[in-house]
Write a protein that binds this ligand. Structure first.
Ligand SMILES: Cc1ncc(COP(=O)(O)O)c(C=O)c1O
Length: 393
């Protein structure tokens, strides 16, 4: 279902100029309780304090060694030395997590091939369309859990048809459901990928919302990547947009990991070439901003801002989910994150009905996605009931 989320959000903004009861729950950007975007004063200040030298020149296409080393430390956290002792790693800066996904599709699959995605998902078909790839689905859920059986079956089917298979997992805080895999589920996924020894597997691990997970250790699953076998190339899609709330600046990276050095040496120039031949280079400002926050002192300030956002989003989601439960409004299994999905019979019609009542949300496979990141606690009071009444659920 390829709706234009940015257009729905624009429609909501236009409606808000006329009506004072508009709820814009359409877009994945954090707004505070007073409708200010970003919510991270440390980030806004750091952007304003960058010098011309940190903004204007061309950067190294892959971001440069400082950026890449800072990136590994950030993403791998306390598991950096363990991961780097067992796997070879490399990286290329990209404009957002989107750049990492688009280039993986363009470089590592041939037109006409299929990529394995879940039946409920973010808009991966847009990247697939551009790379002339097809979508092959597995069921995301089995009750309240990740559907390992369907994942395994569909992967096996695809592995019989094509040698190289790109598999996408979006975790933690899955968009659009807010689901987060357990450590056991994640390890099972790795075992399933490891079992396809006759194929080349590309495990595209989209962890755009890594910082918004409420797991006690949100890097632990990344450490399980040390178990990948030589036929599995992992590509982590990192999103600076979500991490730092800088959606329009386009910060991101592809981080590749493999037990085989040869694979990393092969893939790195491909990513650099893809960048040079499409977007040319990721904005210097994002690379310098990331390097700024890599220092322990600056990072500590950022983490305080992040904690505030996380608390607020969790309060919003708890309010929405508990009200929904009380009135019997069904959602997909939710753990944490920017979104939840209300199950509705006719998402494509239902979201238009909600818009007629000035509630702007996004139709998805099986329901309507509510962006909890962008609506206030006040707006959430009574919202599940309004949705239930409008859609006669
Ligand atoms: C699941 C998921 N992955 C990746 C992205 C990419 O974000 P960006 O390209 O802005 O970093 C998004 C953005 O909404 C997302 O929801």
């Amino acid at each position: 279902m390829a709706v234009d989320i940015l257009k729905i959000s624009k429609d909501a903004q236009e409606a808000a100029k006329i009506y004072d009861d508009v709820i814009n729950a359409s877009i994945g950007m954090f707004y505070d309780e007073n409708k200010n975007i970003g919510g991270m004063p440390t980030v806004s200040k750091a952007i304003r304090n960058l010098t011309d030298e940190e903004i204007l020149p061309y950067p190294a296409v892959d971001g440069g060694s400082l950026f890449k080393n800072n990136l590994y430390s950030w993403v791998f956290g306390q598991y950096e030395s363990e991961i780097r002792s067992k796997l070879f790693v490399g990286a290329c800066a990209t404009p957002g997590g989107s750049g990492a996904i688009a280039s993986t599709f363009a470089l590592l699959a041939k037109p006409g091939e299929s990529v394995l995605v879940s039946d409920i998902r973010w808009q991966y078909e847009r990247f697939a369309d551009r790379a002339k790839l097809n979508i092959h689905e597995h069921h995301l859920f089995d009750g309240d859990h990740f559907n390992l059986k369907s994942f395994k079956e569909e992967l096996e089917k695809l592995c019989k048809i094509q040698k190289r298979v790109i598999v996408i997992i979006n975790d933690p805080c899955h968009n659009p459901t807010g689901f987060t895999l357990s450590e056991t589920e994640f390890q099972e996924i790795i075992h399933i990928l490891n079992a396809q020894t006759d194929n080349d597997i590309v495990f595209l691990y989209d962890l755009a919302y890594l910082e918004y997970s409420h797991e006690s250790d949100n890097r632990k699953k990344i450490a399980s990547l040390t178990q990948i076998k030589p036929h599995v190339l992992t590509i982590i899609a990192f999103s600076g947009s979500k991490t730092f709330g800088i959606y329009g600046l386009r910060m991101g990276a592809a981080i590749y990991l493999s037990p085989l050095e040869k694979k990393i040496k092969e893939v790195h120039p491909m990513f650099v070439n893809e960048a040079r031949g499409s977007w040319s280079a990721t904005p210097t400002i994002t690379i310098e901003l990331f390097n700024h926050f890599a220092s322990a002192e600056n990072r500590a300030g950022f983490l305080k801002d992040l904690a505030k956002i996380n608390t607020l989003v969790q309060e919003r989601s708890q309010s929405f989910i508990s009200q929904a439960k009380e009135i019997g409004l069904k959602t997909h299994p939710f753990r944490s994150g920017f979104y939840t999905v209300v199950l509705t019979p006719n998402p494509e019609k239902d979201y238009l009905k909600l818009a007629e009542h000035h509630i702007y949300a996004v139709p998805m496979n099986g329901g309507i996605r509510i962006a909890l990141c962008s609506i206030s606690k006040k707006e959430i009071i009574g919202l599940p009931q309004k949705i239930k009444t409008i859609l006669s659920l």
